[in-house]
Write a protein that binds this ligand. Structure first.
Ligand SMILES: Cc1ncc(COP(=O)(O)O)c(C=O)c1O
Length: 411
């Protein structure tokens, strides 16, 4: 049963009205336009480029690199921590000196997990949520194999994620580190950080949050909720580009006790003394390793500044809620009757900015959607992920994508 014309027309006109009053609509012009006929619901895998990036980066290449040459390191040197501070203040609820931009999420996770494990000697278990992003699991398994530790799981439901009770059920005095996804990559299930952090701390462990699917989409308050450590990427909702450097957060109070596992010269005190032995820098800078990617960090700064201008989480999050709620309503109306199941939490305070649908032919439908110009993600085992980046996605995008999906899936 494809949606009847009147139903579709009514929904599209409602979507158009929501777009017309969307306070974020003006920001869409700040992005490189989409190719004709493309509906992009994949900003949670790769955000779209800002229009001004080519000119900005071109200028930096010509003037700062080409003109300033090696001298430009006088101001590039502090860029990672400066941009980390902007990102932390705007989108993470972090204090100055707690965030830096570096490496990939994977490498940052390794650095912080190793440092945390080292700070809890005698504790030989690391916990991870059972539906974490694969790289997180691989990193912890690799650490465990090499250092004789055990990785245990916090039971996470494929659609609903995990709650504080699930975390508590896995905690004991052997656990030194708990690594959790704040918003699940598959279902968008969102964890309630504050009670989970309290439970972890009362057992004496440290917590490390993966914020890849949170930052720029949902509110995060690392200080207020008592987080210890966090990592996340910048190429999704921050629109910093493929391979743009990730970020890491270390709570100020822990920094002096945590020793980085990679002793690189950019994390060393008195870097240019070129000393024979490594002494870590004071502060967050110790978690840098090698030369930071300046052009990538500048792209991160542009993404952060745009989201800050759009109001930060208080500007972005209401739109994320409205888009996913609209998608849910249309999925219930047009997709559930033809064999789909909503595989994301229905409570807005329990989900991030994407909506996941289960269907037996999900992989094939995703490919058909892509051929029709609707870009989404397939996720195992049988899910289609519709990413709704608040700064760029329109209500009309959501309506058209779901209408197209309903047409393609008609049995
Ligand atoms: C939740 C989550 N964690 C980690 C990663 C890996 O990030 P990176 O490729 O920057 O290491 C991703 C990538 O999509 C992710 O979604």
């Amino acid at each position: 049963m494809a949606p009847d014309d009147t139903g579709a027309a009514e929904v599209l006109s409602r979507a158009g009205a929501a777009d017309a009053t969307d306070p974020l609509s003006a920001y869409r012009d700040r992005f490189v336009p989409l190719p004709d006929g493309v509906i992009y619901l994949d900003g949670n895998s790769l955000g779209r480029p800002l229009r001004r990036l080519p000119e900005l980066l071109g200028r930096v290449i010509e003037e700062e690199w080409g003109g300033g040459l090696i001298r430009s390191w006088d101001h590039w040197e502090l860029l990672a921590s400066e941009v980390g501070d902007e990102l932390g203040a705007t989108l993470l609820g972090a204090r100055p000196g707690e965030v830096t931009v570096s490496d990939s999420t994977t490498v940052n996770l390794y650095k912080l997990a190793m440092a945390a494990i080292g700070a809890r000697p005698g504790r030989d278990v690391v916990l991870i949520d059972s539906d974490s992003f694969p790289t997180d699991r691989y990193v912890l398994d690799g650490i465990a194999e090499r250092h004789g530790l055990q990785v245990r799981e916090v039971a996470s439901h494929l659609d609903e994620g995990f709650d504080v009770e699930a975390v508590e059920a896995s905690l004991d005095e052997r656990v030194g580190l708990v690594c959790l996804s704040h918003v699940g990559y598959r279902s968008a299930a969102r964890a309630d950080m504050a009670p989970i952090n309290r439970a972890i701390h009362s057992s004496g462990a440290l917590v490390l949050w993966d914020l890849c699917h949170s930052v720029g989409a949902v509110p995060v308050d690392l200080t207020g909720t008592g987080c210890d450590l966090a990592v996340g990427c910048t190429y999704k909702y921050l629109n910093a580009g493929p391979g743009a450097p990730a970020f890491l957060y270390v709570r100020r109070e822990h920094q002096a006790q945590l020793r980085p596992p990679i002793w690189g010269w950019f994390g060393a005190a008195d870097q240019f003394e070129m000393g024979a032995s490594y002494e870590p820098r004071a502060g967050i800078g110790r978690f840098q390793a090698g030369t930071p990617p300046i052009l990538g960090i500048l792209s991160v700064r542009e993404g952060v500044r745009l989201l800050a201008e759009a109001g930060g989480p208080s500007g972005l999050y209401p739109k994320a809620v409205a888009l996913t709620a609209f998608g849910l309503e249309l999925a219930d109306r047009w997709l559930v009757p033809i064999g789909f199941r909503v595989a994301s939490p229905r409570r807005p305070d329990r989900r991030g900015a994407h909506l996941t649908l289960e269907h037996a032919r999900a992989r094939q439908l995703c490919q058909l959607l892509a051929r029709a110009g609707v870009l989404t993600d397939f996720r195992t085992p049988d899910r289609i992920r519709l990413g709704m980046a608040p700064i760029t996605t329109t209500f009309t995008d959501v309506a058209r994508a779901i209408l197209r999906l309903a047409e393609l899936a008609v049995p």
